[in-house]
Design a protein around this ligand. Sequence first.
Ligand SMILES: [Zn+2]
Ligand SMILES: [Zn+2]
Length: 135
Amino acid sequence: MQEITGSCLCGKVSIAADADIKMVINCHCLDCQNVTGSVHGTLVFVEETSVNVSGELSAFDHPADSGNTLTKFFCGTCGSQVMGKNTGRPGMVGLRAGIIDQKDLIKPGANIYCDSAVPSTAMDPELKSFPKMPG
Ligand SMILES: [Zn+2]
Ligand SMILES: [Zn+2]
C-alpha cells in the first residue's frame, strides 16, 4: 500500500489514499490533450474505495470511442483535473498524476494512444507503447 496525497491548484479539493497502484499510464489521446491543456495525460490507477476526497468535485461526462462513459472530476473553482472514471473499469479511478505529492510514485508503465501523440513529445523507448487503447 502507498500513501498518496494531493490537491488542486487552489487547495479547495484534496485527496488522500492508502492504495495499491494498479498501473500508471501516459495517455496521448486527444481528450487528454484537451482536458489537461498539456500534450498528454498521466493517470495513476487505484481502487476508488481507497481514495478519500475532501472538498467538492465538479464532474463532466463524455463518451469514449469504446462506447463507455468517461467522467472527469475537477475543482470547480480553479479547474484542476483531479481524477477520472471509466464505466469500462468499474471500481477504479485514474488520479491525475500532476496533483499527487509523492512524485516518486509516478512511474509510467506504458504509453497509449500513441497514434495521436504530439510529434515533439519525448517517449521513453523502454516503455511499452500502443497505437490506441491496448485490447
Ligand atoms: Zn481548486
Ligand atoms: Zn487519454
